[in-house]
Write a protein that binds this ligand. Structure first.
Ligand SMILES: CC(C)(COP(=O)(O)OP(=O)(O)OC[C@H]1O[C@@H](n2cnc3c(N)ncnc32)[C@H](O)[C@@H]1OP(=O)(O)O)[C@@H](O)C(=O)NCCC(=O)NCCS
Length: 168
């Protein structure tokens, strides 16, 4: 990531309206309520980051532990993180179009994976949507053969792919 004016920092509750606005631009097909963003931040603040360019919000990442081999339902409040054998789940990475191509996404993915490794997770996982699977493959993720996830993945989009990588 280049340039002094572009950096990631820990997200706070004050950022939630900006996160909501970015999501509306980047993910119109996957609407989630601001309450869902707020809940993820509350449940796992260590995995919530905001990208700023010249002091203006330009992207975010929400990530958190999650039961391996499953994914959260979209726009659903969970109250607490479910128990079970855990993976580190990258729930939502979204950059405004003007923020793309600077390596900012790569930088925060590396940071989140380093955090997950330090925290002791053996794997990271995500659902790739919007044609982003090649981006995730560049970061070591591979599609997992999970026929049982066919139905829940359809809740995202027909082309959604569950992807996993090891963190050893
Ligand atoms: C996916 C996303 C986060 C990548 O952000 P970015 O700023 O372009 O990523 P980076 O600058 O770190 O990396 C850019 C590199 O990844 C590649 N890349 C980015 N998005 C890609 C995609 N969807 N498919 C394939 N390659 C992609 C670029 O071609 C570029 O390659 P280069 O380094 O050889 O030039 C951003 O495009 C985005 O927010 N997209 C919409 C939301 C989305 O799809 N999120 C992921 C959903 S799971």
């Amino acid at each position: 990531m280049t340039g002094k004016g572009i950096h990631w920092r820990a997200m706070t509750t004050l950022d939630l309206p900006a996160v909501d606005a970015i999501a509306a631009v980047v993910h119109p097909a996957f609407p989630e309520d601001i309450a869902v963003f707020a809940e993820r931040l509350r449940l796992y603040g260590d995995g919530a980051w905001l990208l700023e360019i010249g002091g203006a919000p330009a992207g975010y990442l929400l990530s958190h532990p999650w039961p391996a081999g499953t994914m959260p339902r979209l726009n659903h409040l969970y109250r607490m993180l479910p128990a079970g054998p855990q993976t580190y789940y990258l729930h939502d990475l979204a950059l405004l179009p003007t923020a793309r191509g600077f390596g900012a996404a790569a930088a925060i993915v590396k940071r989140a994976l380093a955090h997950a490794r330090r925290a002791g997770f053996a794997t990271a996982s995500l659902v790739a949507v919007s044609g982003s699977a090649p981006f995730w493959e560049r970061h070591g993720f591979a599609p997992a053969a999970t026929p049982e996830l066919r139905e829940p993945l359809l809740g995202y989009e027909a082309a959604a792919r569950y992807m996993v990588r090891g963190l050893a």
